[in-house]
Every structure is written in structure tokens, then in C-alpha cells.
Design a protein. Sequence first.
Length: 316
Amino acid sequence: MIQKSDRFRDFLLKQNNTWQLSADNYHGLDLVEEKTLLIDNFKIKVQFNPQRMRSSAAKVDASSIAARKCFLCAENRPPEQISLDLGQNFILLVNPFPIFHTHFTIPSNDHIPQRLAPNLKAMLEISRIMQGYLLFYNGPECGASAPDHLHFQAGETGFLPVESEFTTLKMREGNLMKDSDSLKIWAFDHYIRKMISIETDNSQQGIGTIEKILSRFQEIQSEKIEPMLNMLCSYGHGKWIIHLFPRKQHRPSQFYAQGDDQLLISPASVDFGGVFITPRREDFDKITAGEIADIFEQVTLDDIAFKKLKETIKRL
């Protein structure tokens, strides 16, 4: 595994030495419970993490966003929260409500909406700078708790099952749609959820490919401000590995159910990467492999739309 840069690890330690809330929540990760479920021999980890309630249950409708101050803007951040300049008009913040043992938020310096296509170059460049970390993007209707302020997140590599399963997936389930020396594109129909994966050693080619995929996907979801998508991105050994998760829905029916039928699950990039976050003990205890499969079926792109998207990708 690639060693993380001391620059970022030291930044986390520096922040936790001066911000008690953050320090307490990182120490609290040692008490987080986890269980593993298997679905079609693929691994899904379930994490009981009560500190994530704020994100899982976030109100992201327009009126709720308008009624609160943006917690990613400099003037509204806690005075204890420090930042590190990453270039590309982005800064690094320690996420005080972590999932990973090193968990960062990477907001833009500008208060602009969450949009992927115009910021792909920055995301790939930051992932190169932060080698040893996994960057992720949650779309404005795909788990972003601040859809009004452009941001990525990052955590240490090796945490999400998709990272270790990708090699096996390519041999077992992969539909290789493009294969050149500098770019490979796979589609996965039966990885519990739908996934498109890209390997490239050429950032411009990677950016151009994702832009074209987004453009084709926008044609399928023309009513959306941007097509519903989560993205994972890491850089190592001279190449980027990018996973795209096309979606059709923000939250499953279980999120809105009442009483014992409710599961407070709001899937975002980490969940699509194979770690389901449950902020409530009762959800952690009762969630089953069957319910996880059902949640993915509800929120991921359906077979007909995914087939249409694959057909357009083959023509790229």
C-alpha cells in the first residue's frame, strides 16, 4: 500500500491537537462497530457510526439550504478549524465527523454549486497530489450534505471493498468496452449496483472520457441539473482508477418509512464503495444483506437505462 504523505497526516494531527470536537470524534472511531455481509460473494461492510447522523439525515431541499449558513464557507466555519491550501482553488479541511481514520473535506474557495464536469481537472490533480488517499464526489442529489458549495472528500485507500474487489471484478464480471495502452473502460452490471470503471495514465484522456459519459448520461436524465452520479478516484503507480456509480434516486423508501420499517440510510459514495453507514444502533442491528440489495436496486440505474448508457460509451 502506498504510504500517505506526512503533509496530510501531520495536518490531521495538528488539527486534532487544537480542536477538541474533532479529536474526540477521531478517538471515537476506535469504538465504531462494524459487521460484514456477503451478497453474491461481494463484501459489504456495515458501520455503526452515530456521529454521521448529521450527514445521513441532512435536509438538502432548497428551502432548508436557504435557511442555514453554509458550513463550508470560511466565514461560517468554526474558529478552531484550520485549512491547508491544495491549489486548484481548493483547500483541505479535517472532517470532524469521520468515517475514515484520515477523513478530509476538500471545498472550493468559492461558494458555487456542487457540479462535477467543470471540476474534473481539479479532482484528478488533487488525487495525484494526495497519492495514498481516495477522493470521492457526491452529486447534489446523491448524498452531498452541502450541494450548494462545491466540494470533494478524501479518506485513506484500502478502506472500501471496491478497491480490493476491482481486480477480481474485471475478470469475473467486467464488460471491457474500451482497451488501449492509455485508457481502459469497464462496465459492471451485476456488482449489486451498477458501476463504470476507468483506468488511465493520461489525465486529459480521463477527463475527456468522463465528460463524454456525463454528457451521454445527461441525455437520459435531461430533467436533472446534472446526471445523478457518485465518483471515486485514486492515483497510484502512475495511473488513475476511477469508479462511476450512475443513479436514478437519492434515497430509498426505507429512509422515509415509519416505525420498525425505517432504515435511516442515505447512500453516498462510501456506501457505493461497499461500506454502509448506519448512524442508529437499531439500523445497524437489523439491516440484512437482502435489504442492502434492495436499497441498491432502488437507487442505482435500472437495466434499461444502463444498457442505453453502455451503448453510448462504446461509441466514444
